[in-house]
Design a protein around this ligand. Structure first.
Ligand code: AQP
Length: 342
């Protein structure tokens, strides 16, 4: 079976964008791949985090994985900081990656903002740690939302350059022509970029100061209903065609969310609601959103009462992840030419 790796940062409220773009895809891929799903806590501290909140959020993201249907027995669920090979391989990736490549990363530019001199070195090196996360498992595919595509492409560049730079040593150690597979980004479904409920041109995000911009996985049914009712729309009824819809970002976003939650094609949803007022469309959207999300939120709440269980899942997953990661790291050390105790 091919191997999948992906991660989610424990940086705040997990939202519908994270769910539709990433976590729900994690669940779907379990049938055909060996999956490794990581709570990337080391990525979280590239910007300041309050320690107690970070601990709570690591458990919350883990609970969200489990509540959504990730199976921690058949697959691996763990938190990054418990497997130190991620940091070790990240150093090698730092030495393979070029500064010019890092300078092109749009997420750094967005997150560092205007005061770039004052951003952490970790925020700048973030994509290199992400490359290590993926490559340490020699993963074949990485399910992510559209915003992470550039980072997966950088991972491929780092893997390719490592394979080229060390080609002789890779062959001499019996690994054939290439050591790292080039991982494919899996950006699938009709919600690879869920937009804010307040502004159809902005990505739904954990760090948006307005809670009305997103539906959180922890929101109860009433809160979900209220946020959808208040979601920004234009005054026209829903259009007939996909082309007309594409020109109306807020409407397009809500139809996309409806389609993915209901597991239907957006064209099919549009056919049903063409000419309807938003009030009736939103009422139907509340129904599908609550039907899908309320059980997840209830299960997350149940799991929150048992942090001991969550920690045991992470400890078990970390142990199994470490087994794979250590093997890669030993091979990498040999390829690079480091001396190690055997
Ligand atoms: N709006 C989105 N639509 C679809 N997918 C999304 N993802 C994030 N936002 C959307 C995907 O969720 C996964 C986990 O994301 P992350 O926590 O690692 O980081 P992020 O992309 O920085 O998420 P946020 O919520 O937008 O956080 P902030 O506000 O801190 O920037 C990834 O696969 C991501 O693509």
């Amino acid at each position: 079976k091919k191997r999948v790796f992906s991660g989610v940062q424990p940086t705040g409220n997990l939202h519908l964008g994270n769910y539709l773009g990433a976590v729900s895809r994690f669940v779907a891929l379990q049938e055909h791949y060996d999956c490794i799903y990581c709570v990337v806590d080391m990525h979280a501290i590239t910007v300041p985090q309050e320690p107690e909140a970070l601990t709570r959020q690591i458990r919350e993201v883990t609970a969200a994985f489990l509540a959504s249907g990730v199976d921690p027995q058949k697959h691996i669920v763990f938190n990054q900081s418990q497997v130190s090979e991620h940091a070790e391989l990240a150093w090698i990736c730092n030495c393979v990656a070029r500064i010019g490549w890092m300078n092109r990363m749009t997420q750094f530019k967005d997150k560092a903002g205007k005061d770039r001199e004052n951003a952490s070195l970790g925020l700048y090196a973030y994509p290199s740690l992400m490359a290590a996360d993926i490559l340490v498992y020699r993963a074949d595919a990485v399910p992510v939302g559209e915003d992470q595509k550039q980072h997966v492409e950088l991972t491929r560049d780092i893997a390719q350059k490592f394979n080229n730079d060390y080609a002789g040593s890779i062959a001499a150690h019996g690994f054939g022509e290439a050591f790292f597979p080039l991982p494919e980004p899996l950006i699938q479904g009709s919600s690879t970029r869920v937009m804010s409920l307040r502004d159809g041109t902005k990505k739904m995000s954990k760090s948006d100061p307005s809670d009305y911009s997103r539906i959180n996985l922890k929101d109860d049914a009433d809160t979900i209903a209220q946020k959808i009712r208040k979601a920004k729309t234009d005054p026209e009824p829903l259009p007939e065609t996909a082309e007309e819809l594409a020109a109306r970002p807020e409407a397009d976003n809500l139809v996309g969310i409806f389609a993915t939650l209901a597991e239907r094609m957006p064209e099919d949803v549009l056919r049903e609601f063409a000419g309807s007022q938003f009030s009736s469309f939103k009422a139907a959207l509340v129904d599908v959103a609550v039907a899908k999300l309320a059980p997840i939120s209830a299960e997350m709440q149940r799991l929150a009462a048992d942090p001991g269980y969550i920690d045991s899942v992470l400890a078990d997953g970390s142990r199994r992840a470490r087994g794979i990661a250590r093997e890669t790291m030993n091979a990498v050390k040999d390829i690079v030419g480091f001396v190690r105790d055997r």
